[in-house]
Design a protein around this ligand. Structure first.
Ligand code: PEP
Ligand code: MG
Length: 573
């Protein structure tokens, strides 16, 4: 038996033969040619053909209900219209090179540009450009790529897989996925998550000699066993059955209350980024939306979105999900979420800088546009408003004053609005947590943003991969601030939820319930597992310690938010 280690992307067990997936390798003619017009013509017709393919993949994904992955192909089709990319290829042809040579050089140059960016998300986008390059070369060489996957169900092992290769795979033949390269931010990883295939990346050592051999992919343990012994086969087959039963059982929890054995009810809400997530809120039976990150409405727009554009997005979500409560957080731009048209100064410490509500309070017209859109949308369902990055009471008061000003303006204009709108704040700074008693007098609810609360409490940059070892998401200081915020909220009849990633951490569910949390807002996919967890908990039995929870294993924190980052994020999200 051989064991190969990798990095897990999706937990699961896959059992079957290995199929090594090999994309064709082309030998490109480097000699100069004389008929430049003919090469330009070949380049153009390949470009149009690949663009049509990408549009067809987009349609296919939409038809199959995979809106997120469809966006990848929409972005690819847009990239093939990019003037810089087209011009650079045509320039190379103009120097007397073949269309194939120009595609290799032009697309690899663009991929290199992405690879050299600091942000891992952008770095991962180079794979999208290489994917397009390969599709262009397939067309120019007239290759037949239809049967690379083989004809039997198998665990597919590839060097790396491009999104368009991944989506073309016959799912009925795919047991699991292993790549030697790849990154957890890549679109292939995103696709794998959305398809729920057991997946391992960075499995560097697995060789082509494994082709056709029997194997078990155990991504819970981040490894693949090739020619495993009978003991492992029996153990992991049983685990696979358990997984299937658990998945089927989770579906039965739809419509069931999120209530502990001893009757403690908690509301399980979803975190979303816009109207595209409505379906998954409903599908996963979320009881409401605890965090609509409205900044994605801004990130998805090329220019500052107008009041009407914002109104349309908020109305769609609120109306489609009525009577569920939908809490929309006002624009949380800044730090890692930057937008060109906002023309924000470059800062030394953007996470501690001009961001979120600080921008809104300094740019009143900008803020008012959003508040007016929110108030107008409130007429169509049950809308709540939440302000991010609060540290002081005066900030909340000023937000509320501007909100009231907008309400009066809209009333005078004869616009419909809900009579009562719940107003809350994010507790994501130690300052807010420590002043929670004071702040609670101003609002209907608190929502603990544990991602930032951890960053600011522990002085750990949440973006830094180098700090992984120091980043204790269960740090006693953070848990204590959470507990004290809940207690402070309740002293003032302010309900308290958690909308940071920690809310979905199953090892903390019981502790949060014991603290008295009223709502947990999580990635839609975490709703049913969390409900299961809640329903299995009995608070009348035993008691957890205050701050000594174990660190979550990577398996437990496996369901991650996928959110677009930065400007190119708009293109690829
Ligand atoms: C948080 O900080 O925990 C949070 C939910 O907000 P975001 O992740 O969008 O900063
Ligand atoms: Mg935050």
């Amino acid at each position: 038996m051989q064991v190969y280690k990798g990095t897990k992307i999706v937990n699961g067990i896959a059992i079957g033969k290995i199929k090594i997936y090999k994309a064709p390798v082309y030998e490109i003619n480097e000699e100069l040619v004389s008929d430049i017009a003919a090469e330009i013509e070949r380049f153009e017709s390949a470009r149009v053909k690949v663009q049509e393919e990408q549009n067809a993949l987009y349609d296919k994904e939409i038809k199959e209900g995979h809106k997120d992955t469809a966006g990848i192909f929409e972005a690819h089709a847009m990239m093939l219209d990019d003037d810089d990319l087209i011009d650079s290829c045509k320039e190379i042809i103009g120097e007397g090179h073949t269309a194939e040579y120009a595609v290799r050089e032009g697309f690899e140059g663009a991929a290199e540009m992405f690879r050299n960016m600091d942000d891992p998300y952008f770095q991962a986008r180079s794979a999208d450009v290489i994917d397009l390059k390969n599709s262009m070369l397939d067309v120019l060489f007239g290759a037949d790529t239809a049967n690379l996957q083989g004809t039997e169900p198998a665990i597919l092992v590839a060097e790396d897989l491009a999104p368009s290769e991944t989506v073309k795979l016959d799912k009925s033949l795919l047991l699991g996925l292993v790549t030697r390269l790849g990154s957890s931010n890549s679109h292939t990883a995103i696709l794998a998550r959305s398809m729920n295939w057991p997946t391992l990346i960075q499995c560097h050592d697995i060789s082509d000699e494994c082709d056709g051999k029997f194997a078990i992919l155990d991504s819970y343990n981040s490894c693949i066993y090739v020619e495993p012994d009978q003991y492992l086969i029996d153990e992991l087959t049983a685990k696979q059955h358990e997984d299937r039963e658990r998945e089927a059982k989770l579906q039965e929890l739809k419509g069931k209350p999120s209530e502990t054995k001893d009757g403690y009810k908690v509301r399980l809400y979803a975190n979303i980024g816009g109207p595209k997530d409505i379906e998954s809120v409903i599908e996963n039976d979320a009881e409401g939306v605890g965090l609509f990150r409205s900044e994605f409405v801004y990130l998805n727009s090329k220019t500052d979105p107008t009041e009407d554009e914002q109104f349309a997005a908020y109305k769609k979500v609120v109306e489609s999900l009525a009577p569920r409560l939908v809490i929309i957080r006002t624009c949380d731009i800044g730090a890692d979420k930057t937008i060109d048209y906002m023309k924000l100064d470059k800062e030394e410490n953007p996470a501690l800088g001009f961001r979120a509500v600080r921008i809104c309070l300094n740019r009143r017209e900008f803020f008012k546009r959003q508040l007016r859109a929110l108030l107008r949308a409130s007429a169509f369902g049950n809308l709540g408003i939440m302000f991010p990055m609060i540290i002081s009471r005066w900030e909340v008061q000023e937000c509320k004053e501007i909100l009231e000003m907008c309400r009066k303006e809209l009333q005078a204009e004869g616009k419909a609005m809900a009579e009562k709108i719940e107003v809350g704040i994010m507790i994501e700074t130690p300052a807010a947590a420590l002043c929670a008693d004071d702040l609670a007098e101003e609002v209907d609810f608190f929502s603990l943003g544990t991602n930032d609360l951890t960053q600011y409490t522990c002085a750990i940059d949440r973006q830094s991969a180098n700090l992984e070892r120091f980043a204790d998401t269960h740090h006693p200081a953070v848990l204590r601030l959470i507990r004290e915020t809940i207690e402070a909220g309740h002293r003032h009849n302010t309900w308290v939820g958690i909308c940071g990633e920690l809310g979905a951490d199953p090892t903390l569910t019981e502790e949060f319930l014991r603290m008295g949390v009223d709502e947990l807002s999580v990635n839609p996919k975490s709703i049913l597992p969390l409900r299961d967890n809640v329903r299995k908990t009995d608070l009348s039995q035993g008691k957890t310690t205050e701050t000594k929870s174990p660190k979550p294993s990577a398996a437990q924190s496996e369901v991650k938010e996928e959110k677009p980052k930065g400007l190119f994020g708009r293109l690829f999200s």
